[in-house]
Design a protein around this ligand. Structure first.
Ligand SMILES: NC(=O)c1ccc[n+]([C@@H]2O[C@H](COP(=O)([O-])OP(=O)(O)OC[C@H]3O[C@@H](n4cnc5c(N)ncnc54)[C@H](O)[C@@H]3O)[C@@H](O)[C@H]2O)c1
Length: 369
């Protein structure tokens, strides 16, 4: 439906962040946020392909800001380095950026993570707006205030909680997403629905083929529903001391698959899809609801991630131990006990995990695509 905007708020220790989702979200948000933006210098951050596709969307912000500077960073994960953060700080200093400047992150999760992190540290913290342009960023990365850059040793290892002043997820940007990026966002949304919100899960099940095929209305509804569900969870656990860990479902093995295959060989969203398949099998092996796990697995199958490369169970287990969420005393697993019922910090003996990973890898090799 044209012109339908969903607006909801996320309350957190740093204040309240309004979220605007839908068709024309940026224009609607700019109207509401104009008093906050007016007479401020905007320091926009994006990457060349995103600017080439969607630059005119920034015009409402250009119209209200006192000055507008845009820095292009490398595309994708390559943006998330301390060197790129330093490049932003130096560019912002050269533009005369002061504490009342407003950073605008216009891109996927990589641009958001870098720009949010750089904003959080620049002059001990300047405000930022998140304008997520991928489904994954609208569903997940832009919601909740986590920001980070990578080190060669590990992804996301230097970061901070710095909530944006607003999240504005315009529907129109979803029109240019290729299939792989639609799938990656749908995997995360499916996870959010299965763990937190059965209504959302059922809607994704119903609309999955349309959304995967690029239907904008279906994609935007998934984005808004999953972001809202994540926002509620983040409000209850802003710094991931407990229940927010539920959103790591599938990510422990997913990260290990990504790292073990070699970054870039298995896309993040596909690695998480396989990681979720494993987490479902582990949940059932430990007494979880087999019928619901089968439903979630069937939805993942419809997303049809490319097959896994050959990997070894013991090496994957070793990688999971290096995951930054591993704590002294053992890695806690996130499991799905039933519809909308997850558990976190479950300790599982490593011999059991190796056996289950082994079984999972063999089944993945045999599963038809
Ligand atoms: N902070 C968090 O809570 C959080 C949560 C999940 C993921 N993340 C991070 O998000 C990053 C992944 O983000 P991502 O999946 O959005 O990918 P990305 O930001 O790395 O971008 C991937 C590609 O999408 C392209 N792209 C962006 N918008 C587009 C559009 N509208 N049309 C066509 N192409 C477009 C980009 O040019 C780029 O080539 C990872 O670094 C991950 O760690 C952060």
């Amino acid at each position: 439906m044209a012109g339908a905007i969903e607006r909801f708020e996320l309350r957190h220790p740093q204040g309240t962040t309004p979220h605007f989702y839908g068709d024309g979200a940026l224009a609607a948000a700019t109207a509401e946020l104009a008093p906050m933006i007016a007479d401020r210098r905007i320091l926009a951050v994006s990457s060349a392909p995103i600017v080439a596709l969607h630059d005119p969307l920034l015009d409402p912000l250009r119209a209200v800001a006192s000055a507008f500077d845009l820095v292009e960073v490398p595309d994708g994960e390559a943006a998330k380095t301390p060197a790129e953060a330093e490049r932003l700080w130096r560019a912002w200093s050269a533009f005369g950026g002061r504490r009342d400047a407003l950073v605008v992150a216009f891109g996927g999760g990589s641009v958001g993570d870098l720009a949010g992190f750089a904003a959080g540290a620049f002059l001990r913290g300047v405000d930022w707006l998140a304008l997520p342009t991928t489904l994954l960023a609208q569903v997940d990365a832009a919601v909740g205030g986590k920001t980070a850059v990578d080190l060669p040793e590990a992804k996301n290892s230097v970061g901070l909680f710095h909530h944006p002043r607003a999240v504005v997820a315009d529907r129109s940007v979803l029109a240019t997403l290729p299939l792989g990026l639609r799938r990656a966002g749908l995997v995360e949304a499916l996870k959010t629905g299965a763990m937190l919100d059965l209504g959302l899960f059922e809607r994704i099940e119903r609309d999955l083929d349309r959304a995967l095929g690029g239907d904008l209305e279906a994609l935007a509804a998934v984005a808004a529903g999953a972001a809202r569900a994540k926002a509620r969870l983040v409000e209850s656990d802003p710094e991931e001391a407990g229940a927010r860990k539920l959103l790591n479902f599938g990510h422990t093995l997913g990260h290990a698959i990504e790292a073990e295959a070699g970054y870039g060989r298995v896309a993040h969203g596909d690695a998480v899809a396989h990681g979720m398949r494993f987490a479902l099998a582990l949940s059932v092996a430990l007494g979880g609801d087999a019928d619901f796990a089968a439903r979630v697995g069937a939805a993942l199958d419809r997303l049809a991630p490319p097959p896994l490369p050959a990997l070894e169970a013991a090496r994957l287990l070793e990688r999971t131990g290096r995951d930054k969420k591993a704590r002294r005393g053992g890695l806690g697993w996130v499991l799905l006990d039933g519809p909308g019922r997850g558990a976190w910090d479950r300790q599982v003996p490593s011999e059991r995990i190796v056996a289950e990973i082994d079984r999972f890898l063999r089944a993945a090799g045999e599963r038809p695509l």
